[in-house]
Design a protein around this ligand. Sequence first.
Ligand code: 5RP
Length: 223
Amino acid sequence: MTQDELKTLVGQAALRYVEPHTIVGVGTGSTVNKFIDALAAMKDQITGAVSSSVASTERLQALGIRVFDSNEVDELAVYVDGADEIDPAGCMIKGGGAALTREKIVAAQSGQFICIADESKWVQVLGAFALPVEIIPMASAHLIRQFAFMGGQARLRLKDGVPLVTDNGQHILDVTGLKITKPHGFEAMVSQWPGVVTVGVFAFQKANVCLLGTAQGVKTIKF
Ligand code: 5RP
């Protein structure tokens, strides 16, 4: 099976966590796009969605699914999103699609985080994937030095030769060379550095369930 087929498989499998007459939290990325496409088949059974990015909002609306502002909704039963890496405790690296801040917000207001991923995302220790960190632009040089002190190499993410601007008007650093053996401590520490908006380690908002697409089918891992 190709990676794309595995993404389709887990996107469809996530539908079983969606209860009728509820509002669903929806993440961002190519795997979530498969979930959104599958969700369209149930659009008359759900109330709508809270989305974590402009891109997902546009896709949901194009399929006729109503999108609510996160401030209009108290609590979501489930949040479905992908990951760049997920470890055996359900901690993740996210933000490859630059949507990490809104993803963390929607995850925080959700009862259950359902992570959908193909098996290439499964790791023993987080850090092989370059860690995304959303930052305030004026802090970039300082934060690049901060990561260098910890042995990481941080680079400003570019798009078409200029710094990528997130949905929140900020920039992204991608940090390589880190081995994140203590995700909670790492997330707590980097989150309080001045200029950091959101670090792409999801340990406090970790997955409750991972639907992992494998050659043998969808494996359900509960944390
Ligand atoms: C976007 C994310 C995505 O969930 C993550 O990058 C995985 O994306 P994909 O499903 O395209 O591999 O965190 O900010």
